[in-house]
Write a protein that binds this ligand. Structure first.
Ligand code: HEC
Ligand code: HEC
Length: 274
């Protein structure tokens, strides 16, 4: 709790700089990876990609997921998980997991996007699962952010907070902030439902609605306000601050009341003694 407060109250300028940097990097990255996605899926390269992906998988993933991705007591089978799950898990640095049982958090990945595509191609070759969405599928051009807001409130806010800042889940886990995920990662998260997150298949949230949600999330982020949240927006951070300040005020009142009482006593005592 105190750790959270300390983190939340970091100077706003630092946040703005970090957020700005991430947006720039994210945009460049999305552009670059969009390009190589096309080449990676070119048929002539497909079989080499799978072979290359398999050997990478054996080195980096098979210790937990099994030599043929069939799953072990350490990790689930990836047969049918699909390319989108691999791209999401690896591009956000969640996989390869560091140790069994640890909560998988976003961290920098040591793999190139091409290596991730190759492993994804291998896992996809085992059959089933959603493909990696292409640039057009995640494009927010002409998206309806008002509908996105509605969909977000109904489907996402209970875990990620109304402003997408993340929040604690009841069972001791937490849902991350949505401030850094790229449009493709947001789409993939919905398609694959990592960990405690449910899968939002195209039957539940249509591809066009997914774009509306992505537009909302990325637009909320672009409205440059320090810390990713404006004071007027309600969300866990603002709420937390209000509760914290309210609590502080309450303590001050109690302290004042106690002091006043003690003064009363001090005044009262001499009278009683006399
Ligand atoms: C230290 C063990 C470990 C290693 C190494 C590891 N994983 Fe995992 N992986 C797990 C566990 C445990 C889960 C299930 C928990 C979760 O979903 O967060 C998981 C889940 C996944 C999922 C989600 C499955 C789904 O159905 O959505 C994917 C995809 C995945 N791993 C891919 C990989 C890839 C690719 C690598 C290698 C680059 C890798 N993992 C390395 C332990 C590991
Ligand atoms: C039941 C709670 C829950 C709901 C509902 C939920 N999520 Fe999640 N979400 C999670 C959890 C938990 C994780 C982290 C999973 C992990 O680390 O493996 C997550 C991860 C994510 C991530 C990855 C963030 C990152 O930067 O790595 C995105 C993006 C995301 N969710 C988007 C959404 C969207 C969009 C919706 C609504 C359509 C949604 N989530 C609904 C619990 C939820």
């Amino acid at each position: 709790m105190s750790l959270n407060i300390a983190r939340r109250r970091r100077p706003a300028a630092g946040y703005a700089a970090i957020a700005g940097g991430l947006v720039v990097v994210g945009t460049l990255y999305a552009g670059l990876s969009g390009g190589s996605a096309a080449s990676a899926s070119a048929p002539s390269q497909a079989s080499t990609a799978v072979a290359h992906g398999k050997s990478l998988f054996e080195t980096s993933c098979s210790s937990c997921h099994g030599l043929d991705a069939q799953g072990t007591s350490q990790a689930p089978s990836l047969v049918g998980a699909g390319a989108a799950a691999v791209d999401f898990q690896m591009s956000t640095g969640r996989m390869p997991a560091k140790e069994y049982g640890a909560e998988n958090e976003r961290k920098p990945t040591h793999f190139t996007q091409q290596q991730i595509y190759d492993i994804a191609a291998y896992v996809a070759s085992l059959g089933g699962g959603p493909a990696i969405p292409d640039a057009q599928q995640v494009s927010t051009k002409g998206a309806d952010t008002a509908l996105g807001q509605q969909l977000f409130s109904t489907n996402c806010a209970q875990c990620h907070g109304f402003a997408g800042a993340g929040g604690a889940l009841t069972y001791g886990k937490s849902a991350p902030s949505l401030n850094v995920a790229t449009p493709r990662q947001i789409y993939e998260a919905m398609l694959t439902g990592p960990e405690a997150m449910p899968v939002f298949g195209d039957g539940t949230i249509t591809p066009s609605e997914k774009r509306d949600i992505i537009a909302l999330i990325t637009q909320t982020r672009d409205e440059a306000n320090p810390g990713g949240l404006s004071a007027g927006r309600t969300g866990p951070v603002t709420e937390g601050l209000v509760i914290w300040l309210g609590g502080l005020g309450f303590l001050v009142l109690i302290a004042m009341w106690l002091t006043a009482k003690r003064k009363d006593h001090a005044k009262a005592e001499p009278e009683q003694q006399s």
